[in-house]
Write a protein that binds this ligand. Structure first.
Ligand code: FES
Length: 111
């Protein structure tokens, strides 16, 4: 089940920049493109775990700051010839507020 969390105003995220949201499942990087689309990926490059939040956003991709893997913001997939995939998370913007969808932790039914 997806749980939506409010992470603040769209304008708090720099254009072509990102913000890091800390969750129980790890850090999530929320990116803003030049046309105000918002995408969210685990803040870990599929190559060697580099911080994608510190990468350079261009079009709908981010280039990892460590070894220049290029990652699709929508899917988290590395652009060929590189390989690998970072987990992507749903986002939405409503009235200028950004929402991030994360998977609610599986709950153990009470006996
Ligand atoms: S850790 Fe991102 S390209 Fe190597």
């Amino acid at each position: 089940m997806t749980k939506w969390i409010e992470i603040g105003a769209l304008n708090d995220i720099p254009v072509l920049g990102s913000r890091v949201v800390r969750t129980a499942g790890g850090d999530i990087a929320v990116f803003r493109t030049s046309d105000d689309e918002v995408f969210a990926l685990d803040d870990r490059c599929p190559h060697k775990g580099g911080p994608l939040s510190q990468g350079i956003v261009h079009n709908k991709r981010v280039t990892c700051p460590l070894h220049n893997f290029v990652i699709e913001l929508r899917s988290g997939a590395a652009v060929a010839p590189d390989e690998g995939c970072t987990r992507a998370h749903p986002t939405k913007v409503e009235n200028g507020i950004v929402w991030l969808g994360i998977q609610a932790a599986a709950t153990v039914p009470a006996e």
